[in-house]
Design a protein around this ligand. Structure first.
Ligand code: FAD
Length: 196
């Protein structure tokens, strides 16, 4: 692996973008060139205004959940799962693609679910198994930042792949992934977590 160091954040000068040929010849990223102090000085006003508007949300402090100092896990247990409401279910893959992957936003309302990046949620599919017990919980990685899809809204998202075959390729209908991928806005989901 090339040593990226802090050059992974290197900016490209608008006056001299790297050519494809140059990039293909690199084993390591080039040194950061000194930024042009007036690189945008000649840009049209509407471009400058659009740039400012587009980058207004970048940087700045991100409010951490109260658990960030001492990350919390398993605040909600399977015996008493939290009820989250589906705020959105967006199919990420094309309708004709071979797999169905969904971005699902869950709204927790008044229930505390302070997650950190890297944690997972447990989802309990409805119904019972062959022995009459509730289905076991399936884990899904948190796909949103710690303050959710929208700061000050108590939501978070997961990304779910619909399981239609088992590990050997034989047709199989994954219980929880199909349940999640078929959810509609407003549906309730039983959730436990956060989990590591
Ligand atoms: C820490 C962790 C994080 C996870 N994060 C995500 C995530 O972000 N998104 C996500 O979609 N899944 C994630 N998973 C997998 C998820 O927990 C479920 O295992 C998956 O959705 C299948 O559950 P199911 O109930 O649909 O299938 P089941 O009904 O449990 O299984 C049906 C059949 O499919 C097979 N099978 C199970 N999972 C798969 C698979 N992935 N590929 C092929 N065959 C399979 C089973 O062996 C079985 O034969 C994660 C798992 C872990 C452990």
């Amino acid at each position: 692996m090339p040593d990226r160091g802090d050059r992974s954040l290197a900016q490209v000068l608008t006056s001299r973008p790297h050519t494809i040929e140059e990039q293909l010849s690199w084993d390591t990223l080039p040194e950061q060139a000194a930024l042009e102090a007036s690189s945008q000085a000649n840009a049209p006003p509407e471009v400058l205004a659009a740039t400012v508007a587009a980058s207004a949300g970048q940087g700045g402090a991100v409010s951490a959940p109260w658990s960030a100092g001492t990350p919390a896990g398993e605040l909600v247990y399977p015996a008493a799962p939290a009820l989250a409401r589906v705020a959105g279910n967006l199919r990420l893959t094309d309708a004709h693609a071979s797999c169905d992957i969904r971005h699902i936003v869950l709204d927790f309302g008044q229930t505390a679910m302070p997650v950190l990046e890297g944690q997972s949620l447990g989802v309990q599919p409805p119904g019972v198994d062959a022995s009459g017990r509730p289905h076991h919980v399936r884990l899904y990685s948190i796909a949103s930042p710690r303050d959710g899809e929208r700061p000050n809204y108590n939501n978070l998202s997961i990304t779910v792949k619909r399981v239609t075959e088992d590990h050997s390729g034989a047709p199989a209908r994954g219980l929880c992934s199909n349940y999640l991928c078929d959810l509609k806005a407003g549906d309730e989901v039983r959730v436990v977590g956060p989990l590591w």
